[in-house]
Design a protein around this ligand. Structure first.
Ligand code: SF4
Length: 71
């Protein structure tokens, strides 16, 4: 799957870091580092991060949609 974080929206609340610590890391107080291509096996964890973000900055796109393949 593909993950995109709108860093203009992100306010470094770190809720995604708590929800999916293997995929989102805050470096310093404001710089969010994230995995843009997590495996499908991590979908539940990524979805938790998407739901947790108070400013809805995280978008998760399943592989079928991100590659244009039919599901
Ligand atoms: S939860 Fe949202 S606002 Fe907070 S660090 Fe993650 S992406 Fe940024």
């Amino acid at each position: 799957m593909k993950v995109v974080v709108d860093l203009n929206r992100c306010q470094a609340y770190a809720q995604c870091v708590y929800a999916a610590p293997r995929h989102f890391v805050l470096q310093g107080r404001e710089a969010l580092i994230y995995d843009p291509c997590p495996g499908e096996a991590d979908r539940a964890e990524i979805e938790r991060a998407v739901q947790a973000c108070p400013v809805r900055a995280i978008t998760a796109i399943p592989d079928a949609e991100s590659t244009g393949e039919a599901a």
